[in-house]
Design a protein around this ligand. Structure first.
Ligand SMILES: Cc1ncc(COP(=O)(O)O)c(C=O)c1O
Length: 432
């Protein structure tokens, strides 16, 4: 009935999230509201950890890609789940550190890191800087030298793999803006350069080929190219790279009609490939890292909105307007990403109409979906949109000076705010 397992309908005919009545939540905390079921988050972390352990043992680390959902409390949960974290800005590193997350388990990514960010990473003993380009490599070495430290680094490489996903989320092909190209020799040059520099310590290599990938093949191909590269590095430099970070990108179901991604099979195949290549090439087994974001949090999230009005243009065009929109979920307008929804107060009623869910921004394109199957919506209904845990809150904005909603965590039937709702005062705090 629902795309996420933690959703159900109670005797009142209301949607429940992690066993809690969504209407009670909306009444108490207001809407729009991001709701995250932490049981789902933990279950996903534990599932991944057990799969990696089964096929690769403990010479591995799972890093939560915190760009998918970032606030202090999620870092606390990741720490409890023994995860590392992937960060991509000073803001994400700062949030992790303020949450008390161990900085040694933080990886710092980005194709355009500023010098301030590199300084911050070194001052806070961030575990690995994942270097994207030669300019950054030189800057990092220079900054580390000034500070009298040596920075542990990985190099981000482009394996030249097409992940067959939306062009905005494919990142491993040769014309991507991220990383060093392996095929044209740029990556090998970067390795040699990094090995010469005194204030960086090259530990390994990283790639991330894209997001929302449902096929195993692109992951396998990337792993193979990366292992071949480690072999070439050993031949050309006599040094062995001991860390292999294969990024994230595991596909998630947003719709009941979406296929399932066989994560067990994917990780098993990748681990077996890495082990067999290491043995064929006489290499040590690398410390293996995966960086899932969406897989961990997407299905944990539900966003609650209040319906404002409905507008029927003709029999085919029906708008149901809500008190949020592209400012809390820009994924439909960015990527055409589809979501399922229900009216939480009418969850046991049949869905009989297809509607466009309109946001409240002054943009015709501000929609949360078109052709969304829904019960007949009226003013005051609570609309729940499913699988909104990844890249929704973290992509939210104040466009039109809309307030960013609160984030509510549910765990074991208890609710607690993870992020307070923005106030009007917050909006003008930095205005002078
Ligand atoms: C470097 C890196 N690692 C991991 C991820 C996480 O991807 P996903 O949320 O699809 O697992 C991303 C996403 O953009 C990324 O850029």
């Amino acid at each position: 009935m629902f795309v996420c397992e933690n959703l159900s309908v109670n005797k009142k005919g209301h949607l429940t999230i992690g066993g809690v009545d969504a209407i009670d939540i909306a009444n108490e905390y207001g809407t729009p509201l991001y709701v995250m079921d932490i049981y789902v988050v933990r279950k996903n972390c534990e599932r991944l950890a057990s799969i990696v352990n089964k096929y690769y043992g403990n010479n591995a680390l799972l890093c939560f890609a915190s760009k998918s959902f970032c606030c202090k409390k999620i870092y606390n949960i990741m720490q409890q789940e023994n995860m590392g974290v992937d960060t991509v800005s000073i803001g994400e590193m700062y949030t992790a550190i303020k949450a008390g997350f161990p900085s040694k388990k933080v990886y710092f990514h980005g194709n355009s890191k500023t010098e301030d960010e590199l300084e911050y990473a070194l001052e806070n003993k961030i575990g690995r800087v994942v270097v994207d380009n030669i300019t950054e490599l030189n800057s990092l070495n220079y900054i580390a030298k000034k500070k009298g430290v040596v920075a542990d680094i990985l190099l981000r490489l482009k394996p030249g793999v097409d992940a067959h996903v939306h062009k905005y989320v494919t990142t491993g092909s040769v014309n991507s803006k991220f990383g060093f190209d392996i095929a044209n020799g740029e990556a090998m040059e970067a390795v040699k350069k990094a090995m010469e520099l005194e204030n960086v310590n090259l530990l390994g290599i990283h790639c991330h080929i894209g997001s929302q990938i449902f096929e195993v093949e692109p992951f396998l191909l990337a792993a193979e190219i990366m292992m071949d590269f480690i072999k070439d590095v050993k031949i050309k430099t006599q040094n062995e790279l001991l860390e292999l970070n294969l990024g994230g990108g595991f596909g998630v179901r947003y719709l009941q009609t979406d296929k399932s991604f066989d994560i067990d099979c994917c990780i098993k195949s990748v681990c077996e490939l890495v082990k067999s290549k290491a043995s064929d090439y006489g290499l040590s087994l690398p410390f293996l890292i995966f960086e899932p974001g969406r897989y961990i949090v997407a299905q944990a999230g539900v966003t609650l909105y209040t319906v404002g009005c409905r507008k029927e243009i003709d029999k085919d065009i029906k708008y149901v307007s809500v008190n949020g929109g592209m400012t809390d979920n820009p994924r439909y307008i960015l990527y055409g990403s589809l979501y399922e929804a229900t009216l939480a107060n009418k969850a046991s009623e049949e869905k009989l109409e297809k509607v466009s869910i309109a946001g409240k921004c002054c943009e015709s394109g501000d929609l949360l979906g078109e052709g969304v199957l829904l019960q007949r919506a009226e003013k005051g209904d609570i609309l729940a949109m499913f699988a909104t845990g990844a890249y929704n809150y973290s992509m939210s904005s104040n466009y039109n000076r809309n307030l960013i909603p609160a984030v509510l965590f549910i765990e074991n039937g208890n609710c607690s705010l993870a992020v307070k709702r923005q106030t009007l005062e917050d909006l003008i705090r930095n205005d002078v």
